[in-house]
Write a protein that binds this ligand. Structure first.
Ligand SMILES: Cc1cc2nc3c(=O)[nH]c(=O)nc-3n(C[C@H](O)[C@H](O)[C@H](O)COP(=O)(O)OP(=O)(O)OC[C@H]3O[C@@H](n4cnc5c(N)ncnc54)[C@H](O)[C@@H]3O)c2cc1C
Length: 497
């Protein structure tokens, strides 16, 4: 039986622990926090319940596969529901469009009804193109342990396929080819932020993100997306995974080019055959392991642009807000200015940001029918002191920025004044300190640049016995990709001998 340590109980750590234990290994998970879930966290006060991380669940098939392979089906554990309508987008000209949770045809129809019939044709042409890219990239890139450009040779063998994927083109370029209405371009641009990226630099292949959302659905989980973590943790316990909470791993020790043991913050050293790291890859290679191969991996990683972070407001709201849906997006007048401010050498909190609010119509997430739990998220530069960073701990900064967001929301037609019972502010500095996410990056590294997918750390390290799972490693961040990374790692390790 192989003894495996998993460092971190984010959704990636939980998913890989369940899969590996089911394959016959003896898995112990070490988590610095008092509980599991990592960014898939939850906050509750006075009956108001908030997801602190994901508010949108896409590609549930990835987690259905996890549950099928480790025991009973996922749908026995959680209730996956489709809000209807799912999205309310408001553009700078005041035009509103409401979209269903899935079905590209109905979505394109709704876009046409709100923005003019040309929008239907343009969006359908984009989604048709995206379907081809998904077919071409799903297996070789997203479901396999990408090792380098060589893995794209099957694509390159057919120049037509390479021309379709266009790894050299940005998402914005492909938007301009299919879409004429600037509001549709804004809509597509926003999907770059699902990977923490700038649409002007992210690759064209990211058009698969709206394709997946619209084809396979935008889901909510009753009680909150955090329930997914509860279910996987439950599965781990059923299988016999051991958990050690409030336990930070300080070092991974090596012998030659292989992992040997881990050292905890208490000084305790425990030997393991394999180590799977769910901590951020930058942190892993810079702080947790002293080895020339780790330095090499870090050098490669520093060539990529880190993902953006997020500024969050949790609002306990009394009364009901008219014309609000599950997911609400208010676009600013100048979307490019948002990315300029975030990805600059001298960034600043976005002056006039896109505002996203998840207001679940879920009785188990609010104290009564006459109340609302608002999770408000705006894109934000990472936390820290130095080039490319903002010190979010400056006195008064977060409070002033929260006021700015609420006043921008009022300008865009939603005045919550007098109805906010209490609010909680969460900055990139909180993401960093709570989950060891450097600078509060949501997704590790961004997809900015044609080489981004190849700079993201591989799931199998060049140090023997060390594996990486989670949003900062291949294939990237967000629940579906993190779930895929757990599957890749479990497949790489295989069954116990
Ligand atoms: C505000 C926000 C909104 C988001 N919205 C969405 C969304 O709508 N849809 C979506 O799909 N995704 C969304 N995401 C992204 C998604 O939450 C993440 O991609 C995913 O949860 C990351 O999981 P992970 O396994 O990579 O690790 P993490 O959640 O980062 O967990 C890592 C764990 O490791 C622990 N740890 C770190 N270092 C150590 C150590 N040395 N020793 C012990 N433990 C350690 C940490 O405490 C943490 O628990 C969002 C994220 C945020 C923050």
């Amino acid at each position: 039986m192989t003894k495996i340590a998993v460092i971190g109980s984010g959704v990636g750590g939980l998913a890989v622990a369940a899969r590996l234990q089911a394959l016959g290994h003896a898995v112990t998970v070490f988590e610095k926090q008092a509980t599991f879930g990592g960014k898939l966290a939850r906050f509750e006060k006075e009956g108001y319940v908030f997801d602190l991380g994901p508010s949108l669940f896409t590609l549930p098939a990835v987690y259905r596969d996890l549950f099928d392979r480790t025991g009973k089906p996922l749908d026995d554990q959680i209730e996956i529901v489709a809000p209807s309508p799912a999205f309310r987008y408001q553009f700078p000209d005041g035009q509103v469009v409401k979209l269903p949770a899935s079905d590209p045809g109905r979505i394109a129809g709704a876009l046409g009804a709100a923005l003019g019939s040309a929008a239907t044709t343009q969006w359908l042409s984009l989604i048709k193109h995206a379907a081809q890219i998904w077919q071409l990239t799903r297996v070789p890139i997203l479901e396999s342990p990408l090792n380098g450009w060589r893995d794209l040779i099957p694509l390159a063998k057919n120049p037509l396929n390479l021309f379709k994927v266009r790894p050299w083109q940005s998402l914005r370029r492909v938007a301009n080819q299919h879409l004429k209405d600037p509001r549709l371009i804004m809509l597509l641009d926003r999907y770059a932020t699902y990977t923490g990226s700038d649409p002007r630099k992210a690759p064209a292949a990211l058009i698969t993100v709206p394709y997946l959302e619209q084809n396979f659905g935008a889901w909510h989980i009753s009680g909150g997306i955090h329930q997914l973590g509860v279910a996987i943790y439950g599965r781990c316990n059923e299988l016999g995974v051991e958990f050690r909470f409030n336990t930070q791993v300080q070092k991974i020790q090596t012998q030659g080019n292989s992992v040997k043991s881990i050292i905890l913050d208490t000084g305790e050293e425990i030997e393991f055959d394999l180590v799977v790291s769910n901590t951020d890859a930058q942190l892993l290679y810079s702080k947790l392991i002293d080895h020339p191969l780790a330095k090499k991996a870090l050098q490669r990683l520093t060539k990529s642009t880190p993902s953006l972070s997020g500024f969050v407001l949790l609002l306990a709201v009394e009364g009901e807000t008219p014309d609000i849906e599950h997911h609400n997006v208010w676009f600013p007048a100048d979307y490019d200015a948002e990315f300029d401010q975030i990805f600059s050498k001298h960034p600043q909190p976005v002056t006039d940001p896109t505002i996203y609010a998840c207001v679940p119509d879920d009785a188990s997430m609010r104290p009564n029918a006459n109340s609302e739990s608002w999770f408000v998220l705006v894109n934000a530069p990472r936390h820290g002191v130095g080039p490319g960073l903002v010190d979010w701990n400056q006195p008064g900064m977060k409070e002033n920025y929260a006021k700015n967001i609420l006043s921008r929301l009022t300008d865009r037609g939603v005045n919550l004044e007098g109805r906010i019972k209490w609010q909680q502010i969460r900055t990139p500095a909180d993401l960093e300190s709570e989950f060891n996410a450097p600078g509060g990056s949501i997704y590790g590294s961004s997809s900015n640049g044609a080489r981004a997918a190849f700079l993201r750390p591989m799931n199998k390290s060049s140090i023997n016995g060390l594996y990486l799972v989670g949003g900062s490693s291949h294939p990237g961040g967000g629940l579906p990709l993190v779930g895929l990374s757990a599957r890749i790692v479990a497949n790489l390790i295989g069954k116990a001998k």
